[in-house]
Write a protein that binds this ligand. Structure first.
Ligand SMILES: [Zn+2]
Length: 204
């Protein structure tokens, strides 16, 4: 349940839910100092009106671009993201000298954490990636599957959601039930806070 989450994860999921409200891919990210204090948070902004390059406006990328390295040592911070980083964001994490990443959900479609164990350049960077899983993963894959169902309706192939199903069938089933009644759209339109949405999904 929401009350069981650390403040770091609550921040990240609040950003993901905010992104959902804009119609963007619902992913959130946040950067914390070594003591766990929030430096900044951001979200996928792919459907926000003032975004100039939508396809690359990912949560982790947006957060990393805003971090002032004149004030903050990249090597000491911890990046939290609701979804396993994609090829672009993994590249930015690596080139930005981030050393620790926590991610809630596995991204069986385009997650690139496996490179940290396979690619010699990644291995040399000694990046630690921690998969949180559990309720956070269930929440993330539920709201992101819901987002993907919209695309399916508009003619997308369904390959993303089928990969999500392999990781967490419960999340995809949740999303289908919610999507049938457009429940998340209604909750978003009513400005329902993330904590309530999270607990509704956990009780399914
Ligand atoms: Zn990304």
């Amino acid at each position: 349940m929401w009350s069981d989450l650390s403040s770091q994860w609550q921040t990240v999921f609040e950003e993901a839910w905010k992104a959902f409200g804009f119609g963007s891919t619902p992913i959130g990210a946040a950067i914390f100092d070594k003591d766990g204090k929030l430096i900044l948070s951001d979200r996928n902004r792919s459907r926000e009106a003032d975004t100039v390059n939508r396809e690359i406006s990912h949560a982790e990328a947006n957060a990393l671009r805003r971090m002032d390295t004149n004030k903050t040592d990249s090597r000491s911070v911890v990046l939290y993201t609701s979804m396993e980083p994609c090829p672009m964001c993994m590249g930015m994490i690596l080139m930005g000298h981030i050393k620790t990443v926590h991610y809630a959900a596995l991204d069986a479609y385009c997650g690139m954490v496996h490179l940290t164990k396979q690619d010699p350049y990644y291995i040399g960077k000694k990046l630690t990636c921690i998969h949180e899983g559990g309720e956070g993963e269930l929440f993330q894959l539920t709201i992101q599957s819901y987002y993907e169902l919209r695309h399916l309706e508009r003619g997308a192939s369904g390959k993303v959601i089928s990969r999500f199903y392999e990781t967490n069938s419960k999340a995809v089933e949740n999303a289908k039930k919610l999507y049938a009644g457009k429940i998340l759209d209604t909750l978003s339109q009513n400005s329902t806070p993330c904590d309530e949405v999270f607990d509704i999904i956990m009780k399914m």
